[in-house]
Design a protein around this ligand. Sequence first.
Ligand SMILES: Nc1ncnc2c1ncn2[C@@H]1O[C@H](COP(=O)(O)OP(=O)(O)O)[C@@H](O)[C@H]1O
Ligand SMILES: [Mg+2]
Length: 373
Amino acid sequence: MFKTGNPVTGKDFIDRKKHLPLFKTYIEQNQSFMIKAPRRFGKTSIVKHLLENKDEYEFIYIDVKRVSSLKSLANKIIDSAYKISSIDNFLYKAKNSMFDLIKSIQNIKLDDIAEVTIKISQENNIDEVEYFLHSLDVVNSIAIKKNINIKLAFDEFQDILKIASPDILDKSRSVMQHHNNVTYIFLGSIESIMTKIFEHKTSAFFHFATIVELPPLDIDELYDYAQKVFQIKSIKIDGLKEVLEYLKGHPDYSLQLLQKLYFNALANETTILNKEDVYNTLVDVITNNKAYIEELISKSKQKKHNLDVLYSIANNTKSNLDSKTLYNVHSSLEDMGLIKRVSVGKYKINDIFLEIYLLQKDDNLILNYTNKT
Ligand SMILES: Nc1ncnc2c1ncn2[C@@H]1O[C@H](COP(=O)(O)OP(=O)(O)O)[C@@H](O)[C@H]1O
Ligand SMILES: [Mg+2]
């Protein structure tokens, strides 16, 4: 149905007919790839949907945003990798039941690499970088041993720069490029930083992974899917296509709206929602996301001029900052994932509700939408 709040997989996943086959092919062909798209665009969903519950391959999924150090990132990779070799809680056992652990290692004939893991993980002054690079090697070694290809997905990969110094990128790449039995998948919400890591000639990961941008949901696909769900309950919605178009295929906001429409109809036992109902539901959804939008705004204010420039982008007015300052402000807003460059000197706000919020100050709330309908 219309699931919100968490990444969606399986039957809740609305087919991205244009992208799914492509990503699937990369995975099947062991081609490493990188997906960049703003927050809430469905990156995590698509990757989990492709990897989870598949018999064909093993995968490790790590959300870099959720780890607080390079060491805990390595711990996660190591435990996940040995788990693929049927050893659960490797690091815990290394601490607490070494005897059992050694027996299981010998059983699966992973002595050489596992002994290194045990040794490094128990050093007092662990070299985090060395340990992390070793964790990558573990994945490849286990894949070789099992004669498989392991998919290793790093979600919010750019956040590795928050837990390690920038040279981690060069070091990782030089290790990863020898891993013939691992397919690396990198996801990132901060497109400008992902670009810097992967796409410039001097980037650490230049030419390492195929790069894909993930656009919003296809509106026709989304509309058809929604119509089918509504039809089962004989619900008719006036102006559904228009409101989906207004949301520009934004996966998260569109799904929130659809879910609300659906639940409203069911709860009120009505089968017809008119334009006013749809409008009110849209306002509801915007209101529900206010806290998130305010968080984006307050984050943007960390730097001087950021908010002014956001306003001028949203309202399509000219900023009166000098060009050097303006350049810096644009870079800072891009590195926060708030704006995206569309052409030379031209930017757009990534989040449609943030854009509405910024317009709102001129009493323009949802004007675009009401004008259209
Ligand atoms: N293919 C999809 N089908 C249905 N809903 C989706 C899809 N992709 C994204 N969504 C909706 O968008 C929300 C955000 O998706 P998520 O994968 O967490 O985005 P990201 O990882 O880019 O931040 C999900 O909770 C879900 O409601
Ligand atoms: Mg995500």
